[in-house]
Design a protein around this ligand. Structure first.
Ligand SMILES: CC(C)(COP(=O)(O)OP(=O)(O)OC[C@H]1O[C@@H](n2cnc3c(N)ncnc32)[C@H](O)[C@@H]1OP(=O)(O)O)[C@@H](O)C(=O)NCCC(=O)NCCS
Length: 217
């Protein structure tokens, strides 16, 4: 199975990827047509509903929608930084303000809304801005409730219900979400999903070393 690809096979695969990228860029132009300001190289897979009335997205904004529709909506302020990824089935609704930093990933079926919509025991309903810091990874089916500020490079575990502010570089889990532990990243690392594809300096350094080892082997 470990056969070398021929130059022609390689070319075909490359062409397929390029075609897919162009299709996804075209799709983004249509799906993100109501976005007030849009960065470069945005891509969309599937047919999300993106109709926030005051929405701006940075470069490399990526949205997937599939077996469940992804929804980004509301009349509040919606701001997304560069390289934000929103996966299938995620719902993000702003009636006041939701600000998302750079390099943030929302996994499947995440729910983020800055309003409870209804009050409790006759009190006015809770509505307050949500902020999600740079480099956060929001796990599948997590929920972020009104008024929450999440720091930088936070990992929100799958299914967590975040009701309070979260400090930088921490893993939070559970309902209500609690800090499980502090996270350590190499200097210069930008993302909580820090793995072999992370564009951070340490991974680049390891790759360089591997390349040198391969070259000299
Ligand atoms: C958080 C996660 C990435 C694991 O990270 P990790 O650093 O390996 O964490 P650990 O497994 O060491 O867990 C640390 C503690 O948190 C708890 N924990 C981890 N994930 C949890 C979750 N989703 N809900 C509740 N508790 C959780 C563990 O039970 C453990 O508790 P303990 O110390 O009392 O035993 C993983 O559990 C998770 O949530 N993955 C989902 C990722 C996802 O959504 N991917 C979708 C594609 S983007």
């Amino acid at each position: 199975m470990d056969q070398e690809l021929t130059a022609w096979q390689r070319k075909r695969i490359e062409l397929k990827w390029r075609r897919a990228f162009v299709r996804q860029e075209l799709k983004a132009r249509w799906s993100l047509r109501k976005v007030n300001q849009r960065g470069q190289r945005c891509v969309v897979l599937g047919s999300p509903v993106v109709d926030g009335s005051d929405m701006e997205v940075g470069d490399d904004f990526k949205v997937w929608s599939g077996h469940r529709t992804t929804l980004i909506s509301g009349w509040g302020k919606l701001r997304f930084g560069d390289r934000v990824f929103v996966n299938v089935g995620t719902t993000i609704i702003a009636v006041e303000q939701i600000v998302v930093g750079d390099d943030v990933a929302f996994a499947n079926d995440v729910y983020v809304m800055d309003s409870d919509s209804h009050g409790v025991e006759g009190r006015p309903h809770r509505q307050a801005p949500i902020t999600i810091g740079d480099g956060c990874w929001i796990g599948a089916r997590a929920m972020i409730l009104p008024g929450v500020t999440i720091g930088k490079r936070v990992l929100v575990a799958a299914g967590a219900v975040v009701t309070r502010d979260v400090p930088d570089d921490s893993l939070v889990a559970g309902n209500p979400a609690r800090v499980v532990r502090q996270l350590n990243y190499p200097a210069g690392c930008r993302r909580a999903w820090h793995d072999e594809w992370c564009p951070c300096p340490k991974v680049a350094a390891v790759e360089d070393t591997e390349a040198v080892v391969e070259e000299t082997a």
